[in-house]
Design a protein around this ligand. Structure first.
Ligand SMILES: *[C@@H]1O[C@H](CO)[C@@H](O)[C@H](O)[C@H]1NC(C)=O
Ligand SMILES: *[C@@H]1O[C@H](CO)[C@@H](O)[C@H](O)[C@H]1NC(C)=O
Ligand SMILES: *[C@@H]1O[C@H](CO)[C@@H](O)[C@H](O)[C@H]1NC(C)=O
Ligand SMILES: *[C@@H]1O[C@H](CO)[C@@H](O)[C@H](O)[C@H]1NC(C)=O
Ligand SMILES: *[C@@H]1O[C@H](CO)[C@@H](O)[C@H](O)[C@H]1NC(C)=O
Length: 555
């Protein structure tokens, strides 16, 4: 609409006038008089002199330049921008050959808000690189920066909000290097930081996200995240091998991250989650620990995660946590999604998921599950999605409930379950097996027949624990003993098998083999005290005995 087409009310004139006035203010030029220095192109307040191979960079900038692009120009230094340097707020210098930045070069840029120096040849950031500038965004990805000198960011401390240093060569981060109380986002992905010292991030009071993927970090020292009281997202995909109370990742590691809502520890080398590993993260929503090597989860490992909604443990080596632990996830009473696909879970019991009353999504696919106890999922009143794909099921009378329940809950689309045993049902989907064919003629999975007994012993004496199991299968049996949930690798163990016959269901004779395993502890000390348990396994699954206590007394 223009004034010549129809008369405008005075109000409209005022609006039009104000609009022009605003444009003047923002762009600082008049459409008619503005010149665009060739061979650059112009758009609004943007002067684009990129990809000119140095040829056509204007001697001095037009006074209206607010955003300036000089990327891909073979520049070796930050150029001199002449009298109007101070009007520039955004300066893009990516893909040049700048090896050094200095106080002198940057000082005229008194209005600079965003500086992108990615893809240059910077090797270090010296202490006197930055004058006091109103810089909010500083991007230096993909250089060769190996050193950040102490105090190098000190002149940006009152303004900087985003700092990206991805794909550089930083191997050490000096303690308290980031004294940037307004910084909200810090990215250090793909550097070479192996170890994060305590207080490294001290001074980042406003930080909301810290990204340190692919550094090969193997240790986070005590207090590594000290001072990050406002952080919401922390991503570390690295080489971490331990999350433990006393070791690499301590409870203190999180002590100052109370606002953290998402923690990503996936693709590390974590094998153990110790007790209270995540204490202090009471606002955490999502915890990603997928693609590690977790096999040990201590009692109380998830204690304190009272807000957690999503736990990703996919592609680890979890087995007994689900098969034998009593409510490993019971502290997570707000959990809605649990990912356990790609582990080594062979059986699911009614203790496995106790306490998970609010769970909506459970993924157990890609586990060779053989047995699922009736009512294993019964408390999950809100379960909407269950993923299960196994061809290893032991289709006996104890599994009768599964196809009925799956169909009733409408979980069919995500459940693919077929029998491995008995021979007659091998390869058949449980949904095509008729109810009367789920029978208990035999018991191929070992069943504990003799439990180890609690005992007290005098220090220095020898102690034995005995445990037996029976099975109708001749599949090879393996035996292990655990003390306080840890497998005893060098223990003195004796195993025996003896065959006995037993009446089968239809009066036929079923051959049953009974196995006995004996753990001998020589000259017990006070350190021998603990809870001992035998684990007897074959191709059809593992059976865990009860835990027998050993108490050691002095004479
Ligand atoms: C901070 O900036 C001032 C001038 O703007 C300069 O003289 C000083 O050397 C700078 N300090 C550091 C540590 O870069
Ligand atoms: C992770 O650690 C292993 C050995 O502990 C090493 O071979 C590998 O190079 C490390 N990876 C990275 C990215 O540092
Ligand atoms: C289960 O599904 C995964 C993909 O989700 C697949 O890789 C795997 O082979 C499947 N396993 C079986 C036994 O069907
Ligand atoms: C179930 O598994 C069979 C054999 O592994 C496969 O052919 C079929 O596509 C699977 N169905 C679903 C729904 O995943
Ligand atoms: C305990 O075992 C050791 C080693 O076999 C043996 O020498 C010792 O006599 C045993 N002690 C007792 C009290 O049986």
């Amino acid at each position: 609409m223009t004034a010549s087409m129809q008369p405008l009310s005075s109000v409209r004139y005022a609006v039009v006038f104000l609009l022009f006035f605003r444009i003047e203010l923002i762009f600082g030029y008049d459409e008619n008089t503005r010149t665009c220095p060739s061979p650059c192109t112009c758009f609004g307040d943007l002067l684009d002199c990129s990809r000119l191979k140095r040829r056509g960079i204007p001697e001095s900038l037009p006074e209206w330049t607010v955003q300036l692009k000089l990327n891909n120009n073979e520049l070796e230094a930050v150029p001199d921008f002449g009298p109007y340097a101070a009007t520039i707020t955004t300066l893009i210098l990516t893909n040049n050959r700048i090896a050094k930045i200095s106080l002198e070069q940057l000082r005229p840029l008194q209005g600079l808000d965003t500086l992108d120096l990615s893809n240059n040849n910077l090797v270090d950031i010296k202490a006197d690189s930055f004058p006091a500038l109103p810089l909010k965004n500083l991007i230096m990805n993909n250089n060769r920066i190996s050193t950040l000198e102490t105090n190098c960011f000190v002149n940006l401390s009152s303004t900087l909000q985003v700092l990206r240093l991805n794909r550089n060569r930083l191997s050490t981060l000096p303690v308290k290097i980031f004294q940037l109380p307004n910084l909200q986002h810090l990215e250090l992905n793909r550097n070479r930081v192996r170890r994060v010292e305590g207080l490294t991030f001290h001074g980042l009071h406003a930080l909301r996200s810290l990204k340190m993927q692919r550094n090969g970090i193997s240790r986070l020292m005590d207090g590594a995240f000290w001072g990050l009281s406002n952080m919401e997202v922390l991503l570390t995909t690295n080489n971490l091998t331990e999350v433990s109370k006393g070791l690499a990742l301590t409870a203190y590691a999180w002590e100052f991250c109370q606002k953290l809502s998402e923690l990503d520890l996936s693709s590390n080398h974590l094998a153990r989650l110790e007790e209270s590993s995540f204490v202090g993260l009471s606002l955490l929503d999502e915890l990603h620990i997928g693609n590690n090597r977790v096999s040990f989860i201590a009692d109380g490992a998830f204690r304190g995660l009272s807000h957690l909604q999503m736990l990703d443990l996919q592609n680890n080596e979890i087995s007994w946590t689900i098969e034998d632990m009593n409510g490993p996830f019971s502290a997570l009473d707000k959990l809605r999604k649990l990912f356990l696909q790609g582990n080594q879970i062979r059986s699911v019991t009614k203790k496995s998921f106790s306490g998970l009353d609010t769970l909506e999504h459970l993924d157990l696919s890609n586990n060779a599950i053989m047995s699922v106890q009736g009512n294993a999922f019964i408390q999950m009143k809100k379960l909407e999605e269950l993923h299960l794909n196994t061809t290893s099921l032991l289709c006996d009378c104890q599994l009768k409930w599964l196809p009925l329940w799956v169909a009733e809950q409408a979980f069919l689309p995500c459940v693919n379950a077929s029998c491995a045993h008995p021979q007659m049902l091998k390869g058949k989907s449980v949904f095509t097996v008729s109810q009367e064919d789920f029978v208990c003629d035999d018991f191929p999975k070992p069943q504990i027949t003799v439990q180890p007994e609690t005992q007290s012993a005098i220090k220095g004496t020898n102690v034995t624990f005995v445990c037996s199991a029976a099975s109708s299968s001749d599949s090879p049996m393996t035996f292990a003993w655990k003390k306080d949930n840890e497998v005893l690798n060098d223990a003195e163990i004796h195993n025996q098998a003896h065959v006995r016959a037993q009446g089968g269901a239809q009066g036929s004779e079923t051959e049953v083999t009974e196995y006995t395993t004996t753990l001998r502890l020589r000259s017990v000390a006070f350190t021998s005290e603990g809870k001992y348990q035998c684990v007897i396994s074959n191709h059809f699954g593992s059976s865990y005995s009860t835990k027998a206590k050993l108490i050691v007394n002095s004479k």
